[in-house]
Write a protein that binds this ligand. Structure first.
Ligand code: CO
Length: 175
């Protein structure tokens, strides 16, 4: 008998922005079952491998309202997330694992409060500012079929990561 490891996490391929699924709204999760847990586990491993600080389920081909963020060594799993409060403005470099090699200065709310469910279906609220707030907005955009380039006035604002000095490792990592 060949040994298998059904519980091992797996890296899933990250789709690029030309894939139609990244332009479609994802569906609400209604079943908080082992397949959701497997998806979240795989998304964490895939995001870390990339490496990145955030990943939405449609980026790995699953059209569900599921996203994961890891900022400052804190993992946040988001199921059916909604922004319920916003405040202020911020402008900083932003990238995306589905648009590899590029970043652009992108305007976002400085602070957001998000309501979501965890992998067991329990509702929670999370507040974010700075990069974490940016990642929350970026991932929830993904779940609505929106990419950060949609917030730019022109695609000419995109800068190649390799040609930019100001871009930090964290920014270049992409969300
Ligand atoms: Co992204």
């Amino acid at each position: 008998m060949i040994a298998t490891m059904p519980d091992a996490m797996a890296i899933r391929p990250i789709l690029t922005a030309d894939q139609p699924i990244l332009r479609e709204r994802t569906k609400r999760v209604s079943s908080f079952d082992p397949s959701l847990h497997r998806l979240l586990d795989d998304m964490l491993e895939t995001m870390r491998d990339a490496p990145g600080v955030g990943l939405a389920a449609n980026q790995v081909g699953v059209p569900l309202q599921v996203a994961i963020i890891e900022v400052d060594n804190r993992i946040t799993e988001l199921v059916n997330p909604r922004i319920v409060r916003t405040g202020g403005e911020q402008l900083d470099w932003e990238g995306c694992l589905s648009i590899p090699g590029y970043v652009a200065e992108t305007g976002r709310f400085a602070k957001v409060t998000v309501k979501a469910r965890d992998r067991h279906g329990r509702e929670f609220r999370v507040k974010g500012e700075e990069l974490f707030a940016r990642a929350l907005q970026h991932e929830i955009d993904h779940l609505n079929g929106v990419l950060y380039i949609d917030h730019l006035e022109s695609l000419e604002e995109l800068v190649r990561v390799s040609e930019h000095d100001e871009v930090t490792e964290e920014t270049a990592a992409g969300i």
